[in-house]
Write a protein that binds this ligand. Sequence first.
Ligand code: UDP
Ligand code: MG
Length: 333
Amino acid sequence: MRISIVVPCYNEQDVIDLFDLRIREALDALPVDYELCYVDDGSSDGTLGRLRALAADREESTRYVSFSRNFGKEAGVLAGLKETTGDAVVIMDADLQHPPELIGRMLEQFRSGHDQVIARRTREGDKPLRTALSRLYYGMVNTWADVELTDGVGDFRLLSRRAVDALLSMPEYNRFSKGLFSWIGFDTVTFDYRNAAREASETKWRFSALVNYGMDGLVSFNNRPLRVAIYLGFMLSAVAAAYAVAVTVLAMIEGPDAPGYVTLLVVMVGLGGLQMLMLGLIGEYIGRIYYETKRRPHFLVKETNTPRASGTAQGEGARTASPATAPSRLETR
Ligand code: UDP
Ligand code: MG
């Protein structure tokens, strides 16, 4: 049996060597053959240099792909998955927040027939406010979205070959991976682990990035927000009609009445705000359609040590030039 590890790296020069050491330690202890697929996501530090060195060192078990610029973690994971040849694939962060020792446990679950083995991190050690916000968000998303999203579940997981193939068969440009993983289904099992603190450098998540990510979660996998817009418009129209009748009847009984300035103002501003909100919402969906119709590749490869040319067709990752720095002996499959 062969297992592939996919590692997206963005500016991880300080931790990548340590990661490589720890992961090999963990994998050598397991009764499996393995390959490491590093993806340098357009790092501006020495990450690529480190990867070259690692690949030159352990040529037969190391692949790396380097992007022409930063395309984001989702693209990195996609590129990594495309490189894999193993029967099972584990996706891990390079910052050692995902303990390599857990791979053994994942493999056991995989052997007992599960296609997705998810390691869910507990929120121990997180700021209480952040934890509360996450809870609230997931509560909300799960009542709305068509796919189940779970708090603490990230990309750290093992996927069977057929699960990987299922993921790769989805060509969409907006890759909200949490949703994709959940969408493909298959036998899934989850276990908890304690998240480690980052070994070096710092997280690339700013609060605004989290908010954007949250928006993605809401609109990537359903059109229910649009439904809400329709219902809300319907309700408001009904209320307005009732109010119009009431005002007319009152005016006929008691004669016309001038005040109502505040009511008018509040209703106007309120409705204006609501309309803008709904327009923005529709725009969000149209924006997504716009990006999808362009059919651009998810990433561009600047350099790699793998001889395989993955497809350039249909919005797949395209290779501009691939100067194979170290001719790899690794034959595919
Ligand atoms: N990462 C990436 N591209 C990016 C941002 C992050 O490939 O644009 C990688 C990063 O190198 C790390 C993983 O994704 O291996 C998770 O990133 P980070 O640790 O910043 O996120 P967090 O653990 O805080 O969710
Ligand atoms: Mg991290």
